[in-house]
Design a protein around this ligand. Structure first.
Ligand code: CTP
Length: 390
């Protein structure tokens, strides 16, 4: 297989030599695409000696190289990925051979960020990363450890052997075990209007629903996403909705023609009884009457057709009455979905772009499997269970 190894100008560039050698040892053809900055760290003679191919950073040195390489690549790795090159990828720049080839490539992309902690945590870097993730780019690391200049903290590139292991996973063919299966997924958080400018909402980012959409599509499914408010851009075409009523209508309309329905959205349980037509004025105190929303998942279960698989999510916290797990088991029985993916949440756990841990419960509330890791990994585990059930 042809692997493109983009190397940007971080001190970790020397570690990319180990990655190149590992890829070659595994039998792959490797083409190295360094940035100008990376060439000051590790020169072209090293790369040419290792890979046996000419190495350049300029897009005009070989005018069609980016087209040919981009088209035929099986995997594009960027290691180390500096903040600057991540920004260029996120914004679609094509100002050197590395970025021009990345724009051409349709293969999976794996980036291994490496930079100082402050650069990593900067909202600009995080926003660029979120953009790349929403487009399906795979990210490994960074990790905590020693950094350039004697500093230490989060920002160290993942170990080359870990990058190689992840690359090998991405190069293995994806089983088409959902080929032709029609999967409907809800994502994000519904918003209930209060007046023309205000709403009741929740903290769902849409990432788990989108991870499920991406993974189902890769495994061959025909995917439809109904998305309420989300923080990231969608990997597939979505039907946008705002409120629970709109989500309910969009989902019920598509129930009959769906083989699998995954309710990953955080659905508002209540709506405002009387939505104000005009912007509400400030008052000394305010009470808003709320009415209960219909439970979409319950309705789906009641109207389920033969062979249809219904999956719900439950983000739970423990309280004085029961633990989070006990609440989840009770919910699984109450909802009656084939699977309920339960995760424990707190102020810091479960929301946004953070690792997730879920337990999959059957309709009796019994645990059938569990998964942890990124939202992509959790999505794969949920789909594995769905495939087992079909
Ligand atoms: N759900 C739904 N319709 C609702 C509320 C929730 O379809 N009105 C779905 C969610 O998409 C999720 C599952 O039901 O898949 C569980 O959501 P959750 O909000 O945890 O359930 P609730 O029944 O609202 O329970 P709780 O009392 O804990 O809020």
């Amino acid at each position: 297989m042809l692997v493109l190894l983009g190397v940007s100008g971080g001190i970790a560039a020397y570690k990319a030599v180990h990655i190149a050698r590992g890829l070659l040892a595994a039998g792959h053809d490797v083409r190295v695409l360094p940035t100008r900055g990376a060439l000051t760290m590790v020169g072209s003679a090293t790369w040419e000696g290792i890979t046996g191919h000419p190495v350049t950073d300029g897009v005009f040195d070989a005018p069609s190289a980016h087209v040919e390489l981009g088209r035929s690549a099986d995997l594009f790795i960027l290691a180390p990925a500096t903040a600057h090159t991540l920004a260029r990828l996120a914004h679609g720049f094509a100002d050197d051979l590395l970025t021009a080839t990345a724009l051409m490539a349709t293969c999976p992309v794996l980036v291994a960020p490496a930079m100082h902690t402050q650069m990593w945590q900067n909202p600009a870097t995080q926003a660029n990363l979120a953009t790349l993730i929403s487009r399906g780019v795979h990210v490994i690391g960074p990790e905590a450890g020693p950094l350039a200049g004697g500093d230490s903290g989060l920002g160290r590139m993942s170990e080359p052997d870990d990058v190689l292991a992840r690359a090998q996973e991405l190069l293995s063919p994806v089983p088409q075990d959902l080929a032709g299966v029609r999967v409907l997924i809800t994502a994000g958080g519904t918003r209930e209007p209060i007046d023309p400018v205000r709403f009741l909402g929740n903290r769902s980012s849409g990432r788990q629903g989108f991870a499920l959409a991406r993974a189902s599509q890769r495994r061959g499914a025909e995917v439809t996403v109904v998305a309420a408010h989300v923080d990231v851009s969608a990997p597939v075409e979505t039907i946008p909705v705002e409120s629970t009523a709109q989500m309910r209508a969009a989902v019920l309309e598509r129930q009959e023609r769906s083989d699998v329905i995954i309710m990953a959205a955080a659905v508002a349980d209540y709506r405002v009884a009387a939505i104000s037509d005009s912007k509400m004025k400030k008052q000394d105190s305010l009470s808003i009457e709320l009415e209960k929303n219909p439970d979409i998942l319950r309705e789906l279960v009641e109207r389920r057709r033969d062979g249809q698989i219904l999956v719900g999510f439950a983000a739970e916290t423990g309280d004085k009455d029961a633990s989070a797990a006990e609440h989840a088991a009770a919910k699984a029985r109450r909802k009656g979905a084939d699977l309920l993916a339960f995760n424990e949440v707190s102020q810091t756990k479960g929301f946004g772009d953070v690792p997730n841990a879920v337990t999959l419960l059957d309709s009796e509330g019994a645990a059938v499997s569990s998964a942890s890791g990124t939202k992509d990994e959790v999505a794969e585990a949920i789909l594995d269970e769905i495939v087992r059930m079909r």
